[in-house]
Design a protein around this ligand. Structure first.
Ligand SMILES: Cc1ncc(COP(=O)(O)O)c(C=O)c1O
Length: 468
């Protein structure tokens, strides 16, 4: 395999070596040794429109002829205005304004600072806390990380993070309260009200959640009525509902935005990933007129990043959004997503190591268990999430691994291919998964792996190889 030389000065999260990429097109990637891979997780669940899209490449060439970069306080640019207008037109009422950033963590940072600025502009200076969920992922910068609950990513930085209240995510497979839906009466949603009262409502600014869970929870779809309860609590206490649509936005879950599944009206959304589908760093925050006008009238929004809203980023975003809308990629995600979920459920029928199949649209996941009956996870030392991912990679299928129980135990992989995938390609992906799971099952039988529920290790050494 053609590998980066050991003397390579580059470093990332770990010292793991990866093949050198040669080319990427559609749902496929080739390395320099000529090996072909199915991009079964769209990179980091970002390449919604697939690789090498001719329309985006043409838009890049066209924009490069006029202005690549201009700075937003000195010049407005047409792609920025056009993209903002299109986003507003395609969004639910109440998301009337757009603030550009260059990535998901920046979008979350901007959303929480926008909340704070809003309450300051209204004279409610006490409101500074953002309540979030366990597990969750909102980004790697310190503000977004403070809202994240995934222990391996947080532990080293905890002394530097603002303490933020958390409530349990609606992780029904391993309910925090050991209850069952619907008899649980949505205890996990109602925990928001308890948390607000514990903190003092006058101190709470917002609640933030991924509408359908991403990496940390493995495509966690909440119960149908979950967000109605959350919205009602937010309304009653005058706190803002921020939806982190960084992973779920732009067609990923079978609708353009995931909030559409429940006719939900968020106050603020954070966007990135599929927004430019990997062709350029781009993200945004959307909010309502009343909120934005209050902030601007109260002295403005003292926040921003250098690359935000530059002409090239927005030209790319516009071409990507046109591709998603014109070619009905959200609809294709809904349809091929149903096929994928049904195929994954069939695999679960063959492989007892699959504890649960989750997801919606083309954001899907498999959670693995050592014992299906008790739902006991594998021992951390077995590194099942990495083992499955490695075995898939060696068979030319790229998937995305994580640990399910707050990053401390349990194993899942995300399967989230580009939204352009065809029915035949879904079958091809399922066949490679089948081969992977057969191989993993054989390896486990040889090793006689035992359930790990009594031996959860919480130290960092068990998470080597995990990336964000
Ligand atoms: C839901 C969610 N929010 C925020 C982020 C952070 O995005 P970025 O890595 O672009 O900073 C991610 C990244 O995976 C994410 O999935």
């Amino acid at each position: 395999m053609n590998r980066i030389a050991a003397a390579n000065p580059l470093f990332y999260q770990t010292s793991a070596e990866t093949p050198m990429v040669a080319k990427a097109e559609g749902i496929y990637i080739w390395d320099e040794d000529g090996r072909k891979y199915i991009d079964g997780c769209s990179g980091a669940i970002i390449c919604n429109i697939g690789h090498g899209d001719p329309g985006v490449l043409a838009a890049i060439n066209e924009q490069a002829k006029s202005a690549f970069f201009t700075y937003r306080t000195q010049f407005e640019n047409r792609p920025a205005v056009k993209l903002a207008q299109k986003l507003v037109d395609l969004s639910t009422p109440g998301l009337d304004r757009v603030f550009y950033v260059s990535g998901g963590s920046e979008a979350v940072e901007s959303a929480i600072k926008l909340c704070r600025s809003y309450f300051c502009s209204k004279g409610e200076h006490g409101r500074h806390l953002i309540i979030s969920r366990t597990p969750s992922y909102h980004g790697s910068t310190l503000g977004a990380l403070a809202l994240t609950a995934y222990a391996p990513l947080e532990i080293p930085y905890r002394p530097m993070l603002k303490a933020s209240p958390k409530i349990p995510a609606p992780y029904c497979y391993r309910c925090h309260y050991q209850l069952t839906y619907p008899q649980c009466n949505l205890a996990c949603a109602k925990a928001l009200e308890t948390a607000i009262n514990e903190q003092g409502p006058e101190n709470v600014a917002a609640f933030i959640a991924e509408p359908i869970g991403g990496a940390s929870t493995g495509a966690l779809v909440p119960p149908e009525d979950y967000f109605a309860v959350i919205r009602d609590i937010c309304n009653r206490y005058g706190i803002l509902l921020i939806l982190d649509e960084v992973m779920t936005g732009f067609g990923r879950t079978g609708r353009l935005f995931a909030y559409e599944h429940w006719n939900l009206r968020p106050d603020i959304i954070a966007l990135s990933k599929g927004m430019a589908s990997g062709y350029y760093p781009l993200g945004a925050v959307m909010a309502g007129n009343e909120l934005v006008e209050s902030v601007l009238a109260g002295g403005g929004f003292p926040h921003g990043h250098t690359y935000a809203g530059n002409p090239m980023a927005c030209a790319v975003g516009l071409a990507v959004l046109n591709r998603i809308v014109d070619d009905q990629l959200a609809e294709n995600a809904a349809e091929t997503g149903r096929q994928l979920l049904s195929g994954l459920r069939q695999l679960a029928g063959h492989y007892p190591i699959i504890g649960e199949v989750r997801g919606r649209g083309l954001l899907t996941a498999l959670e693995f268990v050592a014992d299906r009956e008790s739902r006991a996870p594998f021992a951390n030392s077995d590194q099942i999430f990495n083992l499955v991912t490695r075995e898939a990679f060696s068979r030319g299928l790229i998937i995305y691994p994580r640990k399910s129980i707050n990053g401390l135990a349990g194993d899942h992989v995300l399967i989230a291919p580009p939204l352009i995938i065809s029915a035949a390609q879904v079958d091809e992906m399922l066949e490679r998964l089948n081969e992977t799971l057969a191989a993993v099952t054989r390896l486990l039988a040889d090793k006689t792996i035992h359930p790990g529920n009594q031996h959860h290790r919480t130290d960092q050494s068990t998470h080597k190889g995990e990336t964000q």
